[in-house]
Each structure stands twice: as C-alpha cells, then as structure tokens.
Design a protein around this ligand. Structure first.
Ligand code: GLN
Length: 446
C-alpha cells in the first residue's frame, strides 16, 4: 500500500508506469501474507516489483510501449515473471520503456517520455527507463529490465541504481518480446548488488522453453557476495577512457578504481583494440534481427489493425505504418537494407565478423584479468528533447555498453558518485557466467 500510494502520487509526473496493477497486487500481497503466516521462508515473499512492459504478463496489458501492442493482453507469463511470482514477489505494474526497447532515453515510447527523478527535465536513460525511474523514485523496491545494447546498465547509471545484465543464456527469454534475439537478455534494476543477487537467484537457470537458455548450475549469489577482493585483477579498459568521455565522469570512475586498489585489487591497463567498432557493428546486427522479429506484427495476429482495409496488402501496410513509431521504422528499414541480397556481405556479414573480433578481444582480456572496468556512459543524463532528432548522436550513448552484448558477457553498472547532482555509473564486465563474481565485486564496493 505504501508503494501503491507513492505510485498514485508521483507517477503522473514521472510516467514510469504504463499499467498499474493495484488490484491484483493487493490480492497477491494477501497471499504472500498467508505464506509467511504459514511459516514459509523466502526472501522475495511479499516483495513489490515492477516488470518492464516487454515481459508478457498473463491477462495483463503488455504493450512494449508501442501503439502496435497498445491493445495486447498477453495469454501467458514470461518465464521471468512466472519465476518471480512463484518466489512470492508482488507485481505492482508494467514499466514504461522505449518502443520495443529501441532507444537510450525512453523518448521513443508511444506512452510519452519518462522523467529522471534526480532532475525532471532530464531523461532517465533507456530503454528500461521506466524500470529505472520507478526504483530511483522509490515507487517500487526493484524492477526487471532487458539489455540488448545497454538498456539496463545505461538507465541504472543515469539514475544511481545497480543494474545487472546477466550472460546471454543465463536467464530465459521466453515471453520476453524479442528485439534482437542474439543480444537480448533479462536482468534487474535495484538499489544494491545484494537486491540484484536475491532476484537473479530466482530468475536464472535453464528453461526448456528457451532454446538459447544454458543448462549450467545457478550459484549461491547471495552467499558469495561478501568474499574479500584481495588479489582481484581488474583490467582498466583503455579504449573507454579515450576521446568523447566527460572529464568529470572519468574522475569519478578513477576514484572508484582507487577504492578497489585500496580494497586489495590490482589494476592493470587492458586494451581491446576492436572495441571502438561496437556501435557500428551493433547498429547493423540489432536492426537486422529486429527487422526479422518485428515482421510478426502484421495487423492479423497481434495488436493494432488499421480501419477498413481494402485488401491484405493494405492491411499489412497501414497497420504497420500506424502501429510503429519513427525509431522502430528506422530500425526495420536499416535491418532490411543490411540483409538485402546486394548488401548482405558488405554490411551484415562484415558486422558479424567484427562481432567475433570483439568477442575474441574480451576473451583475450579475461585470460589476464578477472573483471574489466570503465564508465557505463560517456555523459550524465541529458535534457529531454536534446538528442531525439539525431539518431547517430543517440546511438553514441551505447559506446561503452553494446560491445558486451555482442560478446554475450555479463556486466553491471553501479553508482559511483554524482556530477552536478546527476548520477555517474561504474561499469564492471566479467567473463561468461561470472555473475557471482560481478555481484561480489559490486557488493564489496557498496
Ligand atoms: N540503445 C540501444 C538501442 O537503441 C540499446 C537498447 C537496448 O539495450 N534494448 O538499440
């Protein structure tokens, strides 16, 4: 009730929620009460939660912040949603986001932009902007998000939260509306690494409903949080401190590195020469996959359908023209172009080769160090409206985050101070399935 009350008071300003599920939440809370009264133990029983509106929720509107799905009531729960509710978590609503998770500022949402609680004129980051603003403004203690090129880490950095993007395959993608299937991964936005560990413990693990979910044991994330950091080898990512990085952000990140050195870690400079190619490679691979994934929204089976179509082609064309926003259309066109017969080799195939080089760079680095560190974003939160007309400038926000997705690695963003009242994030990247180590490294710093 405390959180529902805050949502009622503050959401009209922040626009962090697309749907608030007060009634089902109160019923779920009563059930949680009964479980606790019966002596059941579980860290998440009765814990309020928001889900990014990209996760299907049985019987509840699931929009992906698109007009295309503005009338779509999902017929089943995503695995992430099902696992968390089985663990006793209580969903308070569905969080706003960039349309189909395409964006870095939450400005592409059909439901309007989300405001950053630290400064209402600024963006909260994206695409999981509603999930971030909701936790940062204490409308809910924790939320889920998805990260295809930075969409958990970047909003976490801009709102002073802990954001966790697990390894590709660690958390099931079943019921998570697909943007770029080889990059998408579900994760968390929380106030601490400890909270992230509690959630991941329930979310992670093999799911026969997702063919890319990996069948490896789920470690005791909470139990491993407090291990000492003596002897930890931290690679400081040379390419992340080069041109384009805000000076104050660099200062905060270097201060955080110094804290790690005092905690017993060893800092080594590491170079990943192909990493600066992440943004161009990402903006070929992600649109290519999106153009294919979004072909299912045809006005026939899901969501928006235009009025009085004259024939089938007219139905397809007008439903899609009306249902998708500008950024989504730009991605579909780019993706279709890079996959077309004449350009496939020049763009798509080339981007896949660069992707391999980036993954190899990371693998080489992890033969020398345990984790890599650098900034999460090149600048703090920017003003709403200042970058939305310039896609290339907007894409450059992903400069430090998208390489991690191309390589399928786990990564976190943790708060490391403020610049003129705006939060700054430190990024920590680990080898595949090193989530326990990442959470430990974040937790000891916090
Ligand atoms: N900003 C990136 C994009 O627009 C990443 C989005 C994401 O991670 N979902 O594609």
């Amino acid at each position: 009730r405390h959180f529902l009350d805050r949502i009622e008071r503050l959401n009209p300003t922040l626009n962090a929620f697309i749907t608030v599920t007060a009634e089902t939440a109160l019923a779920a809370a009563e059930q949680a009460d009964r479980r606790l009264a019966a002596g059941e133990e579980g860290a998440l029983i009765g814990v309020p939660l928001a889900h990014k509106d990209i996760f299907c929720t049985d019987g509840i509107l699931t929009t992906c912040a698109s007009r295309m799905l503005s009338n779509f009531v999902a017929p089943y729960d995503a695995t992430v949603v099902a696992r968390l509710s089985r663990a006793g978590a209580v969903m308070l609503g569905k969080a706003n986001m960039d349309e189909f998770a395409m964006g870095s500022s939450n400005e592409t949402s059909w439901y309007g932009p989300v405001r950053n609680p630290w400064d209402l004129d600024k963006v909260p980051g994206g695409s999981s902007g509603g999930s971030a603003a909701a936790v940062a403004a204490r409308l809910v203690p924790a939320s889920t998000g998805t990260d295809t090129g930075g969409s958990i880490r970047q909003p976490a950095a801009l709102t002073s939260l802990t954001g966790l993007k697990p390894s590709y395959g660690r958390v099931s993608r079943y019921g998570m509306i697909a943007f770029a299937s080889s990059l998408d991964q579900a994760g968390t936005l929380t106030r601490s690494a400890h909270d992230a560990a509690l959630l991941l413990a329930q979310m992670a693990g093999f799911d026969p409903l997702d063919s890319t979910s990996v069948d490896t044991p789920v470690p005791d994330y909470v139990g491993l949080l407090a291990q000492p950091l003596t002897g930890l080898k931290i690679g400081v990512l040379k390419e992340f401190f080069e041109r384009g990085l805000d000076e104050e952000i660099e200062r905060r990140v270097r201060e955080a590195l110094e804290v790690y050195r005092r905690l017993g870690a060893q800092l080594v400079e590491v170079s990943l020469p192909n990493l600066p190619l992440s943004v161009p490679a990402y903006y070929v691979v992600a649109p290519a996959e999106c153009s294919s994934n979004l072909s299912r929204f045809d006005g026939v089976r899901f969501g928006h359908r235009c009025d009085s179509p004259v024939d089938l082609l007219d139905l397809y064309k007008r439903s899609r023209a009306e249902g998708f926003g500008e950024e989504v259309k730009r991605r579909i066109m780019t993706g279709t172009y890079v996959l077309s017969a004449g350009y496939y080799d020049a763009y798509y195939l080339r981007a896949q080769k660069v992707r391999r080089l980036i993954a190899d760079d990371f693998a080489r680095a992890f033969s020398q160090v345990d984790v890599l560190m650098g900034p999460t974003t090149p600048s703090p939160a920017f003003a709403i409206g200042t970058k939305s007309d310039d896609p290339v400038t907007m894409y450059l926000n992903d400069i430090y985050t998208s390489g991690v997705n191309l390589a399928g690695l786990p990564a976190m963003s943790v708060p490391c101070g403020f610049q003129d009242g705006l939060p700054v994030g430190l990024q920590i990247v680990g080898p595949h399935f090193a989530e326990a180590r990442l959470l430990n490294v974040a937790h000891v710093y916090q």
